[in-house]
Design a protein around this ligand. Sequence first.
Ligand SMILES: Cc1cc2nc3c(=O)[nH]c(=O)nc-3n(C[C@H](O)[C@H](O)[C@H](O)COP(=O)(O)O)c2cc1C
Length: 275
Amino acid sequence: MLDFEINKQNCTRCGLCVADCPARIISISEDGYPAIAIEKEVVCYKCQHCLAICPTGSVSILGLDPASSTILAGGYPDPDKLETLIKGRRSVRRYKDENLDPALLQKLLEVAWHAPTGVNSRQVRFTVLDSKDKVAQLRDAVMTGLGRMVKENTMPKEMGSYANFLRIWENHNIDILFRSAPHLLIASAPLSVATPDPDCLIALTYFELFAQANGVGTLWNGLAKKAINDLLPETRHLLDIPDDHLVGYVMVFGYPDVHFTRTVQHRPALIHRAL
Ligand SMILES: Cc1cc2nc3c(=O)[nH]c(=O)nc-3n(C[C@H](O)[C@H](O)[C@H](O)COP(=O)(O)O)c2cc1C
């Protein structure tokens, strides 16, 4: 049941909900108000565009009260500032030895979870290490696993650099794998959804930008992803990542111990105007 309800006192019958429904299942019923026929409910994306587009807040679906939505008018960031954020965002590889404020961490995750997903599957799962002690525990497990591979000579040749990372950690306490970040985030999604890979990457991209807007540094971490997902898949179990999930990517984050003063200057964008 979709619980598609129209507040007939406020509905102006403008038809915007009908026009924007991606599944095209809303129609004007005999009484002149929008409705969804029961047999069409099954193809609803549950995207809530009908609720979001209604100028008078007269549409409710899935039992949601439109009054609980945030009003958009005037709420978007200034495009110049957003441009500076996109251009000024940098990979952070040095972090303060400090956990994030838990309320901020929760907010970053909840906001990032609004990222779009293919056919609105909304199955991206955030696995988060919410303290530096937990990252340390993961690092111990990974370094122990790498040590075992080195000892047993089972490290694949093309992954030889991981033996170096282990050595650098053991000899110099320098953590190339996790950058001594206090937090780690993994986005995963069931392999059965339409677009697990992009869903995870988009969610992490939203997370990164919102994090950096909040003074939190982030680093896309391919080295950690390979270690967790490919080299030492048992760490997936340690982290309780379901077997039927694709690990989209791994990101570390925390308060930065580095401050960038200006943007970098990339060469012109590769833009190919076809046809
Ligand atoms: C998919 C992806 C994986 C990455 N993996 C790592 C990594 O494992 N370790 C690391 O130090 N940097 C990693 N980086 C960071 C890149 O090296 C960095 O984005 C690039 O050098 C440009 O720097 P900037 O992000 O500050 O603009 C990764 C970036 C991306 C997008």
